[in-house]
Write a protein that binds this ligand. Sequence first.
Ligand SMILES: Cc1cc2nc3c(=O)[nH]c(=O)nc-3n(C[C@H](O)[C@H](O)[C@H](O)COP(=O)(O)O)c2cc1C
Length: 175
Amino acid sequence: MSKNVLVLVFHPDLEGASRINRALAHAAADTPGVTVRDEYALYPDLRIDVTAEQDALIRADRVVWQFPVYWYSSPALLKQWEDEVLALGWAYGEGGGRLEGKELMCAVTAGSTSDRYTAEGDHGHTMGEVLVPMEITAKYVGMPWIKPFAVYDTFNLTDEQVARAARDYAQAITA
Ligand SMILES: Cc1cc2nc3c(=O)[nH]c(=O)nc-3n(C[C@H](O)[C@H](O)[C@H](O)COP(=O)(O)O)c2cc1C
């Protein structure tokens, strides 16, 4: 049976200023079994409907957090989403565990090239290290951590490279 994949996109202007995340999100949305939620569009006032988010999560076998890397982290709404949706008594603690066994994958886009995200590169850390807080969070709520999907050098990609990344993404999230 194919997986039910929920892609939560955290880009402050997905259908406007975004180039890469928009292409990835549209490729995901065109893939059978994949549901995409544009979180900033759903919550322009930054008031997250926690029940709606939790209901969407319950139906998923795999959850994808898709976002551009902003200051070696995520846009702020993803952090807020974690703080509010991964609630005590729902995601963890007594009466929690509702996400146990659902896979979590991060899909990130970065302006820098991949060689800058190495121990020797000028960022001094890998993307895996940048994502460590999310990996520990996944572990804490019982979600198996899937290898992240990353697109680098976003400012210099040709249209063809963006289209290829979007095709690769549609495969990766359903593999
Ligand atoms: C506020 C802000 C912070 C950023 N910080 C980083 C960063 O820490 N590392 C990086 O590689 N790129 C950084 N970038 C570049 C974005 O990651 C890049 O523009 C984005 O992934 C492109 O995707 P988009 O076309 O969907 O917007 C930053 C961009 C902005 C606007």
